[in-house]
Design a protein around this ligand. Structure first.
Ligand SMILES: Cc1ncc(COP(=O)(O)O)c(C=O)c1O
Length: 390
């Protein structure tokens, strides 16, 4: 357990500065309070950590390598290392969190697992974890996303999950979360396995804790490779789980600069964007006090990004806080910049990144051109699901 996690543990109401909390109907209030208590009581015990680490090692394939990307480094003019979350079982960082939460669900005796998914990576990771423990699984996914991430729909079904296609709104991640929360309110006995560091307490805290394995490994691996800490670290950001997973361990190291790339979609000056940290307004959205894209009247609006996993108008409360205290810089990367980086990494390193992760590569290319810095990019997932998007 890191100092950060310990400090976070003290804030049992789930607030990061003024952001966070749990704003839910009464039927879920007790349920989430019990879940928070259970998490703090269970997830830090030796028995739990042993099982979690055992599965991460033998089932997920951790530690994921920290790979020095020589040809990409020469192209950019800085020393770039990739944290290879794309090599995890199921192909993204999402599995770290689902393994952690399924172990909680199992101990709680859950008979049904619910999840939402955008890019389908969290849906696949949840269906996988549910299959591993023989628990029934239902995944809510926006209709638009079922079409643009068809490969992952097929994978979830093969793993035995029921995929519920949501026609409401724009048929993207926001609508899937709304549907999952709605179903959960009616079936509070199910375990809702939320996939990003968003939503009501305790989810942002739990998800960040289970994902913090990324930063713990990366810090150690970088020190071994370079004998010092990196100058900068970079991750893409949808709801915020892979980013906080990498960042948490480095936040106390003031010399390490931290950057996140959100989906600008067609641009910050268009309405077709998912750049919540650049354009969002403070409000209560999907159970937490954080930032969200809004219209002139301050009502939440839908988002747009070529990357289904970044196509979300909300953001985890810890990121809203890290932006406010200026510990992390949040940049917006357009669809075009991300697609160029998707091709760049494929051609320079023989690694096809997820279109979400390509946003982080594009940001690194912009920020570190001929800067001679040492940089870690979190390669959050692989791009098999995205090859048809070019
Ligand atoms: C590969 C990949 N990276 C990043 C994300 C964004 O999610 P988060 O911000 O929670 O890491 C997703 C979401 O589906 C994803 O599949």
């Amino acid at each position: 357990m890191t100092t950060n996690t310990k400090q976070q543990q003290e804030n049992k109401q789930g607030y990061f500065g003024e952001f966070g909390g749990a704003f839910v109907p009464p039927v879920l209030e007790t349920k989430l309070k019990d879940l928070a208590d259970f998490f703090y009581k269970t997830a830090f015990t030796e028995d739990f950590e042993k099982e979690f680490i055992h599965l991460l090692k033998n089932y997920v394939g951790r530690p994921s390598p920290l790979y020095y990307a020589k040809r990409l480094s020469e192209h950019i003019g800085s020393k770039i290392y990739l944290k290879r979350e794309d090599l995890n079982h199921t192909g993204a960082h999402k599995i770290n969190n689902t393994i952690g939460q399924i172990l909680l669900a199992k101990r709680l005796g859950a008979k049904q697992i619910l999840a939402e998914t955008g890019a389908g990576q969290h849906g696949v990771a949840t269906a996988t974890a549910a299959a591993l423990f023989g628990i029934k699984c239902k995944v809510f996914m926006g209709k638009e996303d079922t079409e643009r991430q068809k490969l992952n729909v097929n994978r979830m079904e093969l793993l035995g999950a029921e995929v519920v296609s949501i026609d409401a709104g724009q048929g993207t991640l926001k609508d899937a979360v709304d549907a999952a929360l709605g179903y959960y309110i009616e079936h509070p006995d199910a375990y809702y396995l939320l996939g990003s560091a968003v939503g009501p307490h305790p989810y942002p805290t739990m998800v960040a804790h289970f994902q913090s394995i990324i930063g713990k490994e990366a810090r150690k691996q970088f020190l071994e490779a370079e004998g010092k800490l990196p100058d900068s670290i970079v991750a893409c950001i949808g709801g915020g789980s892979n980013a906080i997973g990498l960042f948490k361990e480095f936040i106390p190291d003031e010399k390490v600069k931290i950057y996140a790339a959100e989906g600008a979609g067609e641009g910050l000056d268009t309405k077709r964007t998912a750049a919540t940290l650049n354009l969002g307004k403070r409000m209560i959205f999907q159970g937490a006090d954080s930032l969200c894209l809004a219209d002139e009247e301050g009502n939440p609006v839908g988002s747009y990004s070529v990357a289904a996993g970044l196509d979300y108008p909300g953001i985890g409360p810890e990121h809203a806080y890290l932006k406010e205290i200026k510990r992390v810089e949040y940049h917006a990367i357009t669809d075009k910049e991300a697609l160029d980086a998707f091709k760049l990494l494929s051609e320079k390193e023989g690694i096809i990144p997820a279109i979400e992760s390509s946003h982080a590569v594009a940001l690194a290319e912009k920020l570190f051109k001929n800067k001679n810095e040492t940089v870690i990019i979190n390669l959050s997932g692989r791009g098999d699901k995205d090859v048809e998007r070019l």
